[in-house]
Design a protein around this ligand. Sequence first.
Ligand SMILES: *[C@@H]1O[C@H](CO)[C@@H](O)[C@H](O)[C@H]1NC(C)=O
Ligand SMILES: *[C@@H]1O[C@H](CO)[C@@H](O)[C@H](O)[C@H]1NC(C)=O
Ligand SMILES: *[C@@H]1O[C@H](CO)[C@@H](O)[C@H](O)[C@H]1NC(C)=O
Ligand SMILES: *[C@@H]1O[C@H](CO)[C@@H](O)[C@H](O)[C@H]1NC(C)=O
Length: 835
Amino acid sequence: MSLMAKSFLTIIKKVCLLIIFFNVIYLISSYIYYAGEGFGVEIFNKQQELIESLNIDFDSNDPNAEISTTNIDYQNQIELLLQDVANNANNEYWLTNTDLTNTEIEINPNHFLNETDSIEAWKNKNEIFYDPRLTMSLYINYLKNKFIENNDSDMADLEVPFDWIDWIDFSLFNIDLAKPVKDRKSCHWIKQFSEIPTNAENHVFQCIDNQELSPNAIKILGFDRHEQLPGFIQTDHAEQRATNRIRVSQGKSYILTHMPNPYKLIFLNKEGGTYEVQISQERNRITKSGLMNEYILNNYPEANQNKLTNYLKQSLLSPKLNLDPTKEFTSLKQRIKPLHVFESNNIDQIDPFNMYRSLHSDDINTNKSLPLPPDAFRYSDSLIDQQITLYKRLEGQRKLSANEQGFLESLELSKYYDTFTEPTYFKQSTLILGKDPKNRGDDRGYHYDWRFFNGGLNYQVKGWTSKELNTRTTIILDRLLRNWFRFTQEKGIVSWIMHGPLLSWYWNANMFPFDNDLDVQMPIKELVRLGELYNQTLVVEDLNEGYGKFLIDVGTYVHNRDISRHANHIDARFIDVDTGIYIDITGLSNSDAPVPAEFYNSGLFDIKKDFNEEIYNDRRKHFYKVDQLSPLRYTMLGGVPVHIPNKLSERLKFEYPKGLTRPEFANWFFVPKLGLWLRQDQLTKVLDENDYRIVVGENKEIKFDNEKIINLVIDMTDEEIYKLLKTDQAILSEYYLTRGYTEFHKKENEFIFKRIHDEEKKTTEVLDNDELITNPELAKQYMQFINSNVNYGKPLRKPLFLYEKIEQPKYHDDNELFSPYDEVFRQVSKEPKPN
Ligand SMILES: *[C@@H]1O[C@H](CO)[C@@H](O)[C@H](O)[C@H]1NC(C)=O
Ligand SMILES: *[C@@H]1O[C@H](CO)[C@@H](O)[C@H](O)[C@H]1NC(C)=O
Ligand SMILES: *[C@@H]1O[C@H](CO)[C@@H](O)[C@H](O)[C@H]1NC(C)=O
Ligand SMILES: *[C@@H]1O[C@H](CO)[C@@H](O)[C@H](O)[C@H]1NC(C)=O
């Protein structure tokens, strides 16, 4: 080697060393950064891994030295890209900031008083005002003062006024409400855009024209005059398919006029505990109940002296008042302690499986895996009768609450009907197909609660791109999951994820970007408890995280446990009332339903050994033995702490034969290096077309070979990964948000699964790792790993209100095409699930 070359090599080595040095510094600082960020994930030996991957031998003349240098560079460049996202200069990566901002709203309090003649007052207008920040501020302030008045005792017995009008956005009616009643959209309009014969009468689709209502009927519906109501009144669910717009209007008209109030209102608190009150069953909106009057009286003591309106006229307050629910919430928390399950004197009843107590323990040696006794899954006619007797006796002693009354009725109705005669409980927003090009992907509307439906997830609307709609969907699912598990974990109610979400957990502990199903299961005893205690409860997200509101709706016939013949497969739903999207909740219990042969044929059950075993089912034909579910494992999905069943690989393979091994689904590919599912069109931008293009048929048609793409994706180089992240801001943002969790999951997977590669057949089999049972040391490591990593970090996605109402409109570019690749990003389930 010449002298020149030698000194050149020395320089390269020095440069390499320097780069390593900076890398290590950088990684340490980024580790600190992530730890502070609340990812709750320890980035394991990251420095070590990186140095190993550099693969440089400084003492030899490694011919690959330069290639390796290239590699260092890309790793480093990737870290720099992530740093850019973290810095978020010019708010370029605004989607990655999931903080709740814009929490303050400025209003004129005069307009919300209940005794005023002002034509500006909402009480006297026909149009409807809605902003969750106003509603939340007034309610939280009201609760605080009521709790103080009652010396904090029996908080949960307090009853508050309520009207859906303050909790859901009805502003789409405002254009019509500004018109004379006769010019408003009527039942005729509904008929025009529904699959209804033109000669059908209005009652066929549960519609009444506004003008047909008597003044008394208007009063009964909680309004003062005809002008305050839309042109048509929806009295119940209409079976007939209709267009998107019609379905949204029908649901909202029903809620505005006929939907009963929830029974209970619960505010979640991310620091633990809840605030909860009963809801009066009479409709009573803010501009009638006087919550704004109360607010002024409570917060401006001098207002007592004068009449309120005079006070407002004279005071500096008028006409401006700044309300901020986060401030109200902080003030409530400072003054009143939330309700904590652990303070209850019957904790064993409230937390029967010790779930609350184990999850709320900080001890790193608390075993958070959750054993479920068979009794949790047992239900019988005699238990139903016992409960009826109990409630009847109670009814003789005192008036039952709305909740108790409803529960008693559900017991009696379940006895009255059987699976052949039961009416269907949950109703969807079935949409017209084929005639509406804006209904992208032919959404049939089976995936929305008809009452709260606020438009199809992919429905093409002005001012939105398909990408933005997709972001919206991601937000909705994230918040549903987060709030369901926060609620149930706070209340000691046991549930676990199953089906689609469990499969997506397997891949990267995140939700599939192409699915919108959220399924949880629970033992029948827990389902009945959910119905008894929390049916028709409106759960409000922690007000520092967003304004999400979720209705717990438990079907009437949950006490019947055989396979449903009338679409009562789903027992309960946790419904996002802003969108109509929900979590499907199903109970598992013993029943008379025969176990289908496929469960034996597949080996899930053993016909000899399991002959005497108890087997539990939901109302759709999913069957389980208790040891397939219990003890539940504790983990995270999308950064949300959740439980999952004990046995995983068997069941997932049964439900999704290729699910565990095929890293491709409907042109989405799993990229191991990023831990993300990406679309074919995103990947082909960085792959060489010659490597995956094939020419087929006589016409020499060019196609992309997914098998080839799968292999290219598995072997992706750092350079390709870097290019992906550099050129696609969405991928970079997603990687930034999720990588802490995918890192966690990679490690977790090593504990839970074992993979057996068959070199000859070129196959990999995924099995549950039995060593966790036989090796106590490994079990302990797994437990400590889980305990030190699983917790609630910051929400992974933005608050829906902030995104929909403030930021998406702000950042939307009108020149952008609705769908640049003319495709629907997320396939909405097209059919009701097969039975
Ligand atoms: C709260 O406590 C005060 C003083 O101890 C008492 O005068 C008042 O009656 C109590 N109020 C209620 C509703 O119990
Ligand atoms: C107005 O609200 C107050 C509560 O501050 C209430 O006492 C009063 O009865 C309400 N007036 C009407 C007409 O409903
Ligand atoms: C839940 O509430 C609804 C509405 O009142 C009622 O129809 C249903 O039967 C209730 N379910 C249970 C289990 O109580
Ligand atoms: C935790 O409990 C489960 C049973 O619920 C058991 O299988 C597991 O081995 C326990 N882990 C440790 C570390 O004791």
